[in-house]
Design a protein around this ligand. Structure first.
Ligand SMILES: Cc1ncc(COP(=O)(O)O)c(C=O)c1O
Length: 325
């Protein structure tokens, strides 16, 4: 067995400690760092019935000199606050949440893997008010947690080109909640994604409601060609990911434009977990369309290498994306 096959699947192992804060009577409590353990929650908790929950996902990297750096933490905290606002949950205090992240890393520093691994950080906010008659009443009490997990590849198989089903019927989320990182959106994508896997051996579904290309169940979608990068313009219908420091054109585009582009260009999924994963095949209305040479293309490989080099401290961090902790 190789070292890679012994690694736990993405997200299945947590570090020993987590940070926890509570919101009650209009204020956040001081946070505590505690051993990871089951939560105590009323069976009437708001989150269990009305899905008052949102989360974030980002990574800390160990550099060659042993130091640990978090990637784009402030943007993720801001996105979490945006999610909380849209779900009418108490917004985390950005300074407290950053302190919670730093405290978990500090307590579990030995668990931050060396490259190519990373420590995946997962803040979670849940509505805890005990009330099963609160379908139209927001949770007044909430818990904020930060857990962490040492991770390697998200897509088992590493740089294998992905098969992506183009779905122009289903939507990933309600149109006004696409930009909210909430469990319900992932629940909505689950059925279509499992069906696509069983029927077409697809790795992911690319949601294209009304024929407009949007995103997959857990990553943004990019088209890449000759120094150009095309991705969906920002609106409320999907989750806004990172920039890549490339000539980026952000606009709405449709399935026909995408099928034309992939005759000579490349396609990739981008996100914290996916990093930059090359697409080899798009499946549309029962037919396979090869993306370029059906391999992970050279531009995708180069961009991925550039991004990973910044994260791992081997290339200059021109955007100030890394924060040493
Ligand atoms: C639905 C969805 N879209 C896009 C992304 C990419 O966002 P980011 O680059 O911040 O990880 C994610 C990542 O978790 C996601 O779940």
């Amino acid at each position: 067995m190789t070292a890679a096959t012994q690694r736990p699947a993405f997200g299945t192992v947590l570090t020993s400690h987590m940070a926890v804060a509570g919101f009650q009577e209009g204020a956040w409590s001081e946070f505590q760092v505690k051993p990871v353990a089951p939560l105590e929650l009323s069976p009437a908790a708001h989150v269990l019935h009305y899905a008052s929950t949102c989360f974030e996902g980002f990574k800390a990297f160990r550099h060659a000199d042993g130091s640990v750096h978090v990637f784009r933490m402030d943007m993720h905290i801001e996105r979490m606050r945006q999610s909380a606002r849209h779900l009418v949950l108490p917004q985390p205090d950005p300074r407290q949440l950053a302190d919670m992240v730093r405290a978990v890393i500090d307590r579990c520093r030995d668990a931050v893997p060396e490259a190519p691994g990373a420590l995946y950080l997962r803040p979670l906010l849940i509505g805890t008010t005990a009330n099963i008659g609160a379908a139209a009443t927001p949770a007044a009490a909430a818990s904020l947690l930060v857990v962490a997990s040492p991770v390697w590849d998200y897509f088992a198989g590493g740089m294998k080109p992905l098969r992506i089903l183009v779905d122009d019927v289903n939507t990933r989320s309600a149109a006004h909640l696409g930009m909210v990182k909430t469990g319900g959106n992932y629940a909505a994508a689950m059925g279509p994604t499992l069906t696509a896997r069983a029927k077409y051996q697809a790795d992911q579904v690319l949601f294209c409601p009304g024929g407009k290309v949007q995103e997959t169940g857990a990553a943004n979608f990019l088209l890449i060609k000759d120094g150009q990068l095309l991705t969906r313009s920002l609106d409320a219908t999907f989750l806004h990911g990172r920039e890549l420091g490339y000539e980026v054109s952000e606009r709405e585009f449709d399935v026909a434009t995408m099928l034309e582009w992939i005759k000579s260009g490349e396609a990739a999924l981008s996100g914290t977990a996916a990093v930059l994963a090359g697409v080899g095949t798009l499946i549309y209305r029962g037919r396979d369309y090869r993306v370029g040479g059906a391999e992970v293309g050279p531009l995708t490989r180069a961009l991925r290498a550039q991004l990973v080099a910044i994260q791992q401290g081997q290339a200059p961090d021109r955007h100030g994306w890394l924060q040493r902790v």
